[in-house]
Design a protein. Structure first.
Length: 224
């Protein structure tokens, strides 16, 4: 949902006046930040991994279809992004920081909350394919999103979605953090692995470290 090709300056403090009123790039984590928190197996991609707008979506009712497409195609006034991938290409992490007009970030977060509370599932149209997306109940999500949400910013929202048929499902876990009129989007993309398998362990470890580093950089807190 966020777009851009950020150039980060690791030496600058994100809590400085310049960072708070100037370049959003300073609020994005960098490869140096990741190395500092033990994520050396992740490398920054040359360009963000998802430049395209989200595909058309269809919800259970016309009203929810309109809400889905409004929320997921919301455009910020300013936004920058970066992406990271681990060495075996099994996990991609997208990070975006955006700034909206006064009050617009609050409205967008409200729309996203409605999506997750009112749409347990929907479909995406990609070419001639209809892909089903299902929202994981927070009570069944091992990443404990409701606990994570309480840790960050003015408000935060975290949910996991499963996309595609069983056996070939992709998993998308997104954390949204709002700080005033600015928002952080931190998204993890991977295939669903065997419960308790090495892939699941790698994902859980990576998520834990990214959930510490990316919001900290965004909120002007120490990283690591």
């Amino acid at each position: 949902m966020t777009k851009g090709n950020p150039v980060s300056t690791p030496g600058d403090s994100p809590s400085s006046p310049t960072a708070r009123s100037g370049d959003l790039e300073l609020l994005l984590i960098t490869a140096a930040d990741l190395a500092g928190v033990g994520l050396d197996d992740f490398a920054e991609l040359a360009s963000p991994s998802s430049d395209e707008d989200p595909p058309p979506m269809t919800g259970p009712t016309p009203e929810l279809t309109a809400l889905l497409n409004k929320a997921f195609t919301d455009k910020a006034g300013r936004e920058v992004r970066t992406s990271f991938m681990n060495t075996d290409s099994s996990i991609v992490v997208d990070v975006g920081v955006s700034e909206r007009a006064a009050g617009a970030a609050v409205a967008w977060m409200s729309d996203m909350r409605q999506v997750y509370s009112q749409c347990a599932a929907w479909t995406m149209s990609i070419g001639d394919q209809e892909i089903t997306v299902r929202v994981v109940d927070p009570a069944d999500d091992p990443s404990e999103p409701l606990k994570v949400e309480r840790r960050f910013g003015d408000e935060a929202l975290m949910r996991t979605m499963l996309a595609g048929p069983v056996g070939q499902q992709g998993r998308i876990t997104t954390l949204l953090v709002r700080d005033g009129d600015r928002a952080l989007e931190l998204t993890f993309r991977s295939l669903v692995g065997e419960p308790g398998g090495p892939g699941e362990t790698r994902l859980a470890t990576a998520m834990s470290k990214f959930l510490g580093a990316a919001p900290a950089r965004f909120l002007g807190l120490p990283v690591g």
